[in-house]
Ligand binder design. Structure first.
Ligand code: NAD
Length: 429
């Protein structure tokens, strides 16, 4: 399945190639990752057993700068999934014009089955295994699914122990007291919100007349739900890994968020409550959520949720991809035939890596920004790049996703060109 994921991810590159005029060298470079690391992480469990967890880090392309990308803890993590996520990060960083290439990491583990001590030993063990592969000028990890600021803090601390100096810029998404940035915790959702607000007038919609379903109620999905609720959108369905809830007149998002937070079994680590426990709403499955009769669908959980198996049943007219890779390329074609506008992951969820970039800048300068400054700079970048991509899509009559890839490819192509291409060396240019 996940080997197919990378083939599917690469398809998006193919779709964009006919609209760009970049050196062949750039296209060749982007076909395979720069380097991939597979590690085995030994962890002494609380009962005395030794368990070995597979871990990965893939640096996809560093033409535009050090590589950047999150670390995922999930039972389905594989080298192919990590490679696909690293590929998307390469395009996402270029889309937002961040001075980074793309990377990703992960551990194949169900973190909810670990104690806090085991989780810390696993996180520090991952850094022991990848310390020579990462660094503030080489590759900078961050949080992703089922990793959080506390884990980033343990990882930064472990890296600093290994290198024998404090190195906050090696990782982003840290706790504020360890060099984190204000606004990083809400950045992915806030960035997505700015993209949505930029697109809404272009499609002649207002928040009050727009019903929304959101799959995934974590760092990205829950914060976005709250922002949209406050802006007047009618959010009729949300879900987490255990299922979803639906109310045709709209959900009271702050109280659902409060419930979810108050049922955490591992405070500040994982939320083990489920939105399904709120009994006054209809319970739906994650599959049902995707095909609800709503105006806007926001997948904010995992990849490969909208595929050729269910794309024909999707009724939303607008899809904003907050998750990475939630739509397969076959589904893309079907959605396009149905006239559904899909705003892709490499734009919609880029707020997270953008504020991670701000965090890295703050760590390196030692000067920390106010929240207003972080959010203002985030807004400026998200709106500007959304407008640029919209213009490309209009000028070239392409789907928004293709336009975003064209935009990113042009920037990667320029960087490849700056280093010298075949035509330069053979004297043709
Ligand atoms: P998270 O761990 O905070 O939350 C994940 C959410 O998805 C949880 O509510 C979980 O219950 C739910 N979930 C898990 N499996 C599910 C399933 N099979 N069906 C429905 N829901 C399921 O993770 P997050 O940081 O919110 O990440 C969500 C998505 O956003 C991922 O695709 C991630 O790569 C992407 N993303 C996150 C960031 C970030 O900064 N956190 C940045 C860019 C992209």
């Amino acid at each position: 399945m996940s080997a197919l994921l990378f083939a599917d991810a690469s398809q998006r590159l193919q779709n964009a190639l006919k609209y760009v005029n970049i050196p062949d060298d750039a296209i060749e470079r982007l076909k395979l990752p720069k380097s991939s690391l597979k590690v085995s992480i030994p962890v002494r469990m609380d009962n005395g057993d030794l368990r070995i967890f597979p871990g990965y880090r893939v640096r996809y392309d560093d033409t535009r700068g050090p590589t950047k990308g999150g670390i995922r803890y999930h039972p389905n993590v594989s080298i192919d999934e990590v490679q696909s996520l690293a590929f998307w990060m390469t395009f996402k960083c270029a889309t937002l014009n961040l001075p980074f290439g793309g990377a990703k990491g992960g551990i194949t583990v169900d973190p909810k089955t670990l104690s806090r001590f085991e989780l810390e030993r696993l996180s520090r063990g991952y850094i022991d295994a990848v310390a020579d592969f990462i660094g503030p000028d080489v590759d900078i990890p961050a949080p992703d699914v089922y990793t959080n600021p506390m884990i980033m803090g343990w990882m930064m601390d472990q890296y600093s122990i290994i290198k024998r100096h404090i190195s906050p810029a090696v990782i982003t998404g840290k706790p504020l007291t360890m060099g984190g940035s204000l606004g990083r915790d809400t950045a992915t959702a806030m960035g997505a919100f700015f993209v949505i607000e930029t697109v809404m007038p272009k499609v002649n919609r207002s928040p009050e007349s727009t019903t929304v379903a959101i799959q995934g109620f974590g760092n990205a999905g829950a914060v976005l739900a709250e922002l949209m609720f406050k802006a007047g959108y009618k959010i009729v369905a949300v879900s987490d890994s255990k299922g979803g809830i639906y109310a045709k007149d709209g959900l009271d998002i702050p109280s659902i968020k409060h419930f979810k937070e108050s049922t955490r079994h591992l405070k500040a680590v994982y939320c083990e409550g489920t939105v399904c426990n709120i009994v006054e709403h209809d319970v739906i499955t994650n599959e049902e959520l995707l095909t609800l009769d709503v105006d806007m669908l926001i997948p904010a959980a995992l990849e490969n949720q909208i595929t050729d198996a269910n794309a024909n049943d999707v009724k939303a007219k607008l899809i904003f991809e907050v998750a990475n890779g939630p739509t397969s390329s076959a589904a893309d074609d079907l959605l396009q035939q149905k006239g559904i506008l899909v705003v892709p992951d490499i734009l919609t969820n880029a707020g997270g890596v953008t504020v991670s970039y701000f965090e890295w800048v703050q760590n390196r300068t030692g000067l920390y920004w106010k929240l207003d400054e972080v959010n203002a700079q985030l807004k400026e970048r998200m709106v500007e790049e959304t407008e640029r991509i919209w213009t490309i899509a209009t000028d070239k009559s392409t789907p928004i996703r293709t336009a975003a890839y064209v935009h990113a490819l042009n920037r990667i192509g320029e960087a490849v060109e700056a280093k010298g291409t075949k035509s330069y060396y053979l004297g043709a240019a």
